[in-house]
Design a protein around this ligand. Structure first.
Ligand code: IMP
Length: 194
């Protein structure tokens, strides 16, 4: 499949920047739903896959172009996989500083020792008149004892990827973009379109 234009079905600046950086070597014209002023789509699904499909299909219908949607989130073992698909909504008014404090408190109160967690990303590619294609990626790690670093977005300051001693918030985009859940899903997407 050869793509020349792609709309990233997102209004999340952090995600858009990472996806654009990772797709830059492909020389595809990438624009976001935010830049095109396309409306936001309600996430009514119960899984990352369902939500990614819903967003990609809705946006592709709106603009008639190939659309790539990312649904992702942080899954914490001590909280039985929460906040998961509700990661964005867990933080009151998208205040992730507060959301991180709430998560650390919940983990402390869970009575469980484990700090294991992973980020999941499901990408859905919807092209007009074609069946949606899905690409998944995951990065395992641990939840830090307190937020560290200001880089990245969302829950990056409390996530320490496996093999590292610092959070994504401290490691920054060069390291994150080599190993992240989004990078791993995008690698599968890139294989498909090459
Ligand atoms: P959604 O995919 O629009 O439902 O939003 C996913 C939410 O999960 C984001 O708003 C972040 O809070 C969180 N999230 C997803 N990916 C990342 C990441 O790479 N770093 C930090 N937080 C993330």
């Amino acid at each position: 499949m050869k793509l020349t234009k792609l709309v990233v079905a997102s209004h999340n600046d952090g995600k858009i920047a990472e996806i654009k950086a990772l797709l830059a070597p492909l020389h595809i014209e990438v624009q976001s739903a935010k830049e095109l002023r396309l409306g936001d789509v309600e996430e009514t699904g119960k899984t990352f896959e369902e939500n990614a499909k819903i967003k990609a299909n809705a946006l592709s219908l709106m603009c008639g172009l190939p659309c790539l949607a990312d649904d992702s989130g942080l899954c914490i073992d001590a909280l039985d996989g929460r906040p998961g698909v509700y990661s964005a909504r867990y933080a009151p008014e998208r205040n992730f500083k507060l959301g991180m404090e709430m998560l650390l408190k919940e983990i402390g109160e869970s009575g469980k020792e484990t700090r294991k967690a992973h980020f999941s990303c499901c990408l859905a590619l919807a092209c007009p008149n074609e069946k949606v294609k899905l690409f998944e990626g995951r990065v395992d790690g641990e939840i830090a004892l307190k937020p560290c670093g200001e880089k990245g977005f969302g829950y990056d300051p409390i996530f320490i990827p496996e093999g590292y001693e610092q959070t994504f918030g401290e490691l920054g985009e060069d390291v994150k973009n080599q190993i992240s859940h989004r990078r791993r899903a995008l690698e599968k997407f890139i294989k498909e379109i090459k």
